[in-house]
Design a protein around this ligand. Structure first.
Ligand SMILES: [Zn+2]
Length: 340
C-alpha cells in the first residue's frame, strides 16, 4: 500500500482518548499468531522482494511449499505488464479451497500482496534503502497462510479463494496509479474475461472480497476505507465486538487505493482491512498535529523500519481471528443460500 490518503478523523477517534493497548496474547480463534510470525520471519529472510527479483521467486517457491503442506494446490498466474519490460514477469499466487460447487458456486476471496516495494534505483537517494516489507506485505500474506490451515477444515459452502498479489506497490517511489496494482488489476481482468469460470462476469460468483494489508504491528488498528462495502464493514465491526476488540476498528477513515479497487470496479463487494493512518512518518512532521491517542504508534510505512521487531504474534492472531470470526456474518449476508 498505497497512496497516502487525506487525513480525517471519525467521531470514534475523537472519543477514543485512551492509548491503543498492545494486542494481548489471548485472542479468541484458531489462528496461531506465533506460527504466522515465524512465517513472516522466514519470508523477510529472503531479503527485499520487489517484482521480478530473484528473492521474490525464492519467496514464491517457499509459499508454494507451505500451501502444499496444507494439502492445497498452489497456482501461479504469470504475466507481463506493457511498458514494464524491466520487470520480466509478475506472478500472482492463489489457491482454491473448494466448497459445495467449485465449478459454479459462489466464491469468497481473501487476499494480500506478498511483493515488497521497490526501494532501489530511484533518482532520489532518500528513496533507496533496504526494505523487507515485514508489515507491508509479509504480515497479511502469512495471516492468509495460517487462515488456510483452518478454512480447509471448515465444512461450509462457499468456495474460498486465497490470493497473493504481486506488483501491488507503485514502481515509482511516490504513488502512480498507472504503475501500481499490477497483480490485482491483472487477476480481476483475467477472471472477468474467463467465460468458462465466470460466464456472467466475476461479480456474479465472487460475492465478497476481503483484502488485508499493513497487518502485524504490535498495536494493530484497522482503518475505515471509504471504498469498502458498508455491510462488510458492519460484519467486521460486529466480529471485533464479539472479540472485545472494537476499539481497534475504524477510528480513522479515507478512500484508500489498494488491491481491492479492481474488484470493486467490477461490482464485487470489497473490504480493505488496513492499518495505515499515522504509520507514514510524513504524517508526523508536525507533532502538534498528532493526536495523543496515536502518539505512541510506530511510523514504519515505506521506511527501513518496517521490520519483524515492530510486530507481534498476538496482532497477527488478532487479524486472522477477526476474519475467522467474521465468516458466519459474511456468509449470512453475502452467501445466503450457502450459510450454515
Ligand atoms: Zn506499501
Amino acid at each position: 500500500m498505497t497512496r497516502p490518503p487525506t487525513r480525517t478523523r471519525s467521531l470514534l477517534a475523537l472519543l477514543a482518548a485512551a492509548l491503543l493497548p498492545a494486542c494481548s496474547a489471548s485472542v479468541s480463534g484458531p489462528v496461531d499468531g506465533a506460527r504466522a510470525l515465524a512465517h513472516v520471519q522466514r519470508m523477510v529472510e529472503f531479503g527485499p522482494r520487489p517484482p521480478g527479483s530473484a528473492a521474490i521467486e525464492q519467496t514464491r517457491q517457499w509459499m508454494e511449499a507451505e500451501i502444499r503442506k496444507l494439502g492445497l494446490e498452489p497456482r501461479r498466474m504469470a504475466f507481463r505488464a506493457p511498458g514494464e519490460p524491466q520487470i520480466g514477469e509478475f506472478v500472482n499466487l492463489w489457491t482454491e479451497i473448494p466448497g459445495q460447487d467449485p465449478a459454479n458456486g459462489p466464491i469468497l476471496a481473501l487476499a494480500a500482496h506478498y511483493c515488497s516495494k521497490l526501494t532501489e534505483g530511484h533518482a532520489n537517494p532518500a528513496h533507496n534503502f533496504r526494505f523487507v516489507g515485514a508489515i507491508d506485505g509479509a504480515g497479511a500474506s502469512c495471516v492468509l497462510l495460517e487462515l488456510a490451515r483452518h478454512l480447509k477444515e471448515r465444512k461450509t459452502a462457499p468456495n474460498v479463494w486465497l490470493i497473493w498479489f504481486d506488483g501491488e506497490e507503485s514502481l515509482e517511489f511516490e504513488w502512480n496509479d498507472k504503475r501500481a496494482l499490477f497483480g490485482s488489476r491483472h487477476f480481476a481482468a483475467a477472471m472477468q474475461a474467463d467465460k468458462q469460470r465466470f460466464p456472467k462476469g466475476l461479480a456474479q460468483r465472487m460475492k465478497a472480497f476481503v483484502l488485508l494489508d499493513l497487518i502485524g504491528d504490535k498495536d494493530l488498528k484497522i482503518d475505515r476505507d471509504l471504498w469498502s462495502n458498508g455491510d462488510l464493514q458492519k460484519v467486521f465491526l460486529e466480529a471485533a465486538k464479539r472479540m472485545g476488540e472494537e476499539r481497534r476498528m475504524f477510528a480513522w477513515e479515507s478512500k484508500i487505493t489498494d488491491d481491492h479497487i479492481p474488484f470493486q470496479k467490477l461490482g464485487v463487494p470489497v473490504i480493505n482491512l488496513i492499518d495505515f493512518f499515522w504509520r507514514d512518518p510524513n504524517s508526523r512532521k508536525d507533532p502538534a498535529q498528532v493526536p495523543a491517542s496515536v502518539r505512541d504508534l510506530q511510523a514504519w510505512w515505506h521506511t527501513p523500519e518496517d521490520t519483524v521487531d515492530k510486530m507481534s504474534a498476538a496482532s497477527l492472531a488478532l487479524a486472522g481471528n477477526l476474519v475467522w470470526t467474521a465468516l458466519p456474518g459474511i456468509e449470512a449476508r453475502f452467501f445466503p443460500a450457502a450459510a450454515r
